[in-house]
Design a protein around this ligand. Structure first.
Ligand SMILES: [Zn+2]
Length: 569
């Protein structure tokens, strides 16, 4: 019988030092470590445990002791069976009527599994003042307001500019807190780099004027592109991200959720499919109309415009509005009845997917999900927050819709590092694409030539190998892996883990480590042998034993007492 203690008690004076180191070895506690009285009297903020990553700024303010409710998300739902007193940090007796003081347990993510997006609360105001759906010209002004730095401000902000990947983007002007600035560029102009002055504080405002000359992406996949009478605007504005490059197999957008207020001033009656909800329609003196939309906690904000859109809609059993923006031009060859039946099918499959995924993972948190015919060149489908591009003539449209709706959970609600951990969201979407229509009985077969890339391959590795190779290696191999985990864990434990995944990472970013650790936490069977067979990750052996919770954040001593030393072996 071995003992494994995977919790490190960290005392307040050491916090800056600990935040600077992040290797997996630092996450273990020595059995003999005993907190000092001074450490035990530390009184960190009650909000620190509500987030997945440690909050430095929070410790300096708001000296409230966490209530059990505030730390509830980090506390295991069931006590491990073999906790013993000898492994427990010996705290001073707590006077009656006082909550025990918490201890800080740092983020256990290995270095390659850190979330490199700055932890800031942002709001985007985006105003399209000119738009031409025939030429693809878009003039826009944007204000990104940083409402809170949840960690010390970074030295630089990295803005991803996805339309620059196609050559569609021109920056006209940028100002930080009213001061005109010239950003640097990285990744062939895909990334704009903004230096932040020392001592910058929230709120801070980054104002950007830009225009787009949206043209044709010959592959048809363009997130933003002009496709016949459809103007697609997906990932169309500069967004706070990290230093990564454009890639068109695994989605190039990597962002935190934000609040959005977006307006489009255009001709009256222009059909616009959009993220968020319509807030107002204001007639302008020049005869145009300003359509205003807003959303909260969405990872991006997409728009698709076409004069030829018509809209059919339904309400799902769980109360989510489903709208389908369709074009009669896509119905060529179908009888009127068949075309109408297809529209009804699109609504049915979408609503069915929303309701079943809500039951399996956690509720769809937005009012509406919009399905959009993205134009004749679109090969299949692409997911955005609250909005999905489809090709209505795709041969297995039901499968396509199940796949793209699953992305509302895996990428949009639960954020992922799409280019690094493609297997988490694309493998997951493929798992649901095959699973929802077959009651999870359809496992994708291994191709005759095997998989060209290991499952943890990232965009830069598979770039250039061709879409099919990426598809088999990441999507299909990923779906097989989800099935393998489910069959090892068992049905109930697997879905308990997935709902836990949703609860912990809704509106956050989850990495491969987070999902693998959570499955192991909910499993009675040790999943590490499967993980070792599948991945190149060097930290698999550092994962806890089955059933062991790795806590992080400000954790009450009492909960450490009940979990430290848990080990089923
Ligand atoms: Zn996908």
């Amino acid at each position: 019988m071995t003992r494994s203690l995977r919790l490190l008690l960290v005392w307040l004076p050491m916090l800056p030092l600990l935040l600077a180191c992040s290797g997996p070895d630092e996450t273990r506690i020595a059995e003999t470590e005993t907190p000092t009285v001074a450490a035990l009297s530390a009184t960190p903020t009650s909000t620190a445990t509500a987030t997945v990553e440690p909050s430095v700024t929070a410790t300096a303010t708001s000296p409230a002791t966490p209530s059990p409710a505030a730390t509830g998300t980090m506390v295991p739902s069931q006590a491990p069976p073999t906790a013993t007193a000898t492994a427990t940090p010996e705290a001073e007796p707590t006077p009656l009527g006082q909550s025990p003081p918490p201890a800080y347990v740092p983020d256990p993510r290995p270095v390659d599994q850190q979330v490199t997006l700055p932890d800031i609360d942002t709001h985007y105001q985006l105003d399209i003042t000119e738009i031409n759906v025939d030429t693809g010209f878009v003039q826009a002004s944007q204000t990104i307001t940083i409402r809170e730095f949840r960690e010390p401000p970074p030295e630089q902000l990295m803005l991803q500019v996805v339309p620059a990947g196609y050559g569609f983007f021109t920056l006209d002007r940028m100002a930080l807190n009213g001061q005109e600035i010239t950003p640097g560029t990285l990744n062939d102009g895909f990334t704009l780099v903004v230096d932040l002055p020392q001592g910058i504080q929230a709120p801070a405002e980054l104002a950007i004027e830009f225009h787009l000359n949206v043209g044709i992406d010959p592959t048809g996949w363009g997130y933003s592109m002009l496709d016949a009478d459809v103007l697609r605007l997906g990932y169309w504005y500069p967004a706070i991200s990290d230093d990564h490059s454009f890639g068109d197999l695994l989605d190039p957008s990597y962002t935190r959720v934000s609040g959005f207020d977006v307006s489009v001033t255009t001709e009256p009656g222009m059909p616009i499919a959009h993220t968020g909800d319509l807030a107002s329609e204001e007639p302008q003196p020049d005869g145009r109309v300003r359509y205003s939309y807003s959303s909260t906690d969405t990872r991006d904000f997409a728009l698709v415009l076409s004069r030829s859109y018509q809209v059919v809609s339904t309400i799902s059993a769980t109360g989510v509005a489903v709208e389908y923006y369709w074009r009669s031009a896509a119905d060529g060859g179908l009888s009127a009845e068949a075309a109408e039946q297809r529209r009804q099918n699109v609504l049915f499959w979408t609503a069915d997917a929303v309701d079943r995924l809500s039951a399996l993972l956690g509720p769809y948190p937005y009012s509406t999900l919009r399905i959009v015919d993205a134009g004749p060149a679109q090969p299949a489908g692409i997911e955005f927050a609250m909005l999905i591009y489809i090709a209505p003539n795709y041969p297995s449209l039901d499968r396509l819709i199940y796949h793209e709706v699953a992305h509302q959970w895996l990428y949009a609600i639960i954020g992922t590092r799409t280019q690094i951990d493609g297997w988490v969201d694309e493998g997951g979407a493929e798992f649901f694409e095959r699973g929802l229509p077959t009651d999870f009985a359809e496992v994708p077969p291994v191709p005759a030539e095997g998989y060209l890339f290991p499952l943890d391959a990232h965009q830069d590795e598979i770039e250039g190998a061709g879409r099919n190779q990426g598809y088999f290696s990441i999507y299909e191999q990923g779906a097989r892996f989800y099935y393998d985990v489910m069959s090892l864990m068992g049905w109930d434990a697997f879905w308990a883990a997935m709902t836990d995944f949703y609860e912990r990472f809704r509106f956050e970013i989850a990495t491969a480590y987070d999902l693998l650790a959570l499955w192991q936490r909910h499993s009675d069977v040790d999943l590490r042998p499967l993980y070792r067979e599948t991945f190149r990750y060097e930290w698999i052996d550092n994962l806890a034993d089955p059933g062991v919770e790795i806590q992080q954040g400000w954790v009450p001593i009492l909960s450490l007492r009940s979990t430290a030393g848990a080990d089923r072996n």
